[in-house]
Design a protein around this ligand. Sequence first.
Ligand SMILES: NC(=O)c1ccc[n+]([C@@H]2O[C@H](COP(=O)([O-])OP(=O)(O)OC[C@H]3O[C@@H](n4cnc5c(N)ncnc54)[C@H](O)[C@@H]3O)[C@@H](O)[C@H]2O)c1
Ligand SMILES: [Zn+2]
Ligand SMILES: [Zn+2]
Length: 395
Amino acid sequence: MSDNRGVVYIGGGKVEVQDIAYPKMETPNGKPIDHGVILKVVSTNICGSDQHMVRGRTTAPQGMVLGHEITGEVIEKGSDVEFLNIGDIVSVPFNVACGRCRTCKEGHTGLCLHVNDDRAGGAYGYVDMGGWVGGQARYVMVPYADFNLLKFPDRDQAMNQIRDLTMLSDILPTGFHGALKAGVGAGSTVYVAGAGPVGLAAAASARLLGAAVVMIGDFNRDRLEHARKMGFEPIDLNNHDRLGEMIAAVVGEPSVDSAIDAVGFEAVGHSGKEQPAVVLNQMMDITREGGAIGIPGLYVTEDPGAAEKAAQTGSLSLRFGKGWAKGLSFHTGQTPVVQYNRQLMQAILHGRLNIAEIVNAQVISLEDAPQGYEQFDKGVASKFVLDPHGMLGVA
Ligand SMILES: NC(=O)c1ccc[n+]([C@@H]2O[C@H](COP(=O)([O-])OP(=O)(O)OC[C@H]3O[C@@H](n4cnc5c(N)ncnc54)[C@H](O)[C@@H]3O)[C@@H](O)[C@H]2O)c1
Ligand SMILES: [Zn+2]
Ligand SMILES: [Zn+2]
């Protein structure tokens, strides 16, 4: 079988859908494995994390097949796969994890020590994450399948709610992790920076965790308007740069219990110029003494496109003393998806979390991926879901 096609980064801010090899049961180094499965990709989403690479803001090589947000149907399995069967519909955590190393055993699957020769942590179709082939494609291979995959209980039920369930591979657990690590609980006041899909998923998660009020800040007015329609308090950062004042206008004081950074290193300041530390500094200002900041937004070690020299190697101008003086907690890193995806699946299946509506999921064909990337890069208020086999009804 060789009818595989995938979204390939071709440099210069562009992606192209190309013929690619059918997946093999082997590691990126060519070592044969028995613990993998091959999936027919049911749905696969475009992510803000992909945009960092496509915009040339990482050292991602041209020719890389992208895609780390994957839901699929098992069509082949290795001899060492015990708990999955052909025909199962599964959600793929974006982390590639072995389940056997120290950090995996501790539940830190975003930091697996065994799937990336260069550093801790693996992912599909992502720079510096071990070279695993991406899943914005018709077929993809998933290693350590028993450990990594979440099987949906019923195929028909899963296909009926696939637009929601497709968010379990990354953004929903990521938003939830951000909210949980920011200490959100019953009655919390919450500020989320960034009204992209991750920010909206964090806001939805904060609501699920019982937050009293969830504010979302951005400059993008279409996204803010969408956030407002979904029941969140929009904070229009175009107005001025005194975030505390805008927060006080909603909650009566210039601080919140919990803050979540869903922006990352490409953060823009009020001047309209990039200021990679602006969100982190603002959060230290507005988070109450003893509060916590969840930082799902991505920060990198190499940013060849950064304006400031120090930022090119990930050094930021942080007013860390402020955070220290307030005794704030910070939580960073890749989300360990397996810690959350099962509970969030149940929340979706039992009608507690209309995440597709909240992130405004738009389903397009695999062949239309380049247009999806372009639109998403312009900041449309949508999360693009690719439908490689027409299983979601898009040809
Ligand atoms: N930790 C993880 O495991 C993980 C997983 C998924 C995504 N991410 C990261 O989460 C971040 C968000 O992802 P996304 O898909 O929503 O991206 P996105 O690019 O669609 O959204 C980012 C939003 O931030 C806004 N923004 C820019 N500067 C801002 C500022 N100073 N204050 C408030 N908003 C500002 C932008 O206008 C944009 O709407 C990215 O950095 C992505 O790489 C991390
Ligand atoms: Zn993602
Ligand atoms: Zn591991």
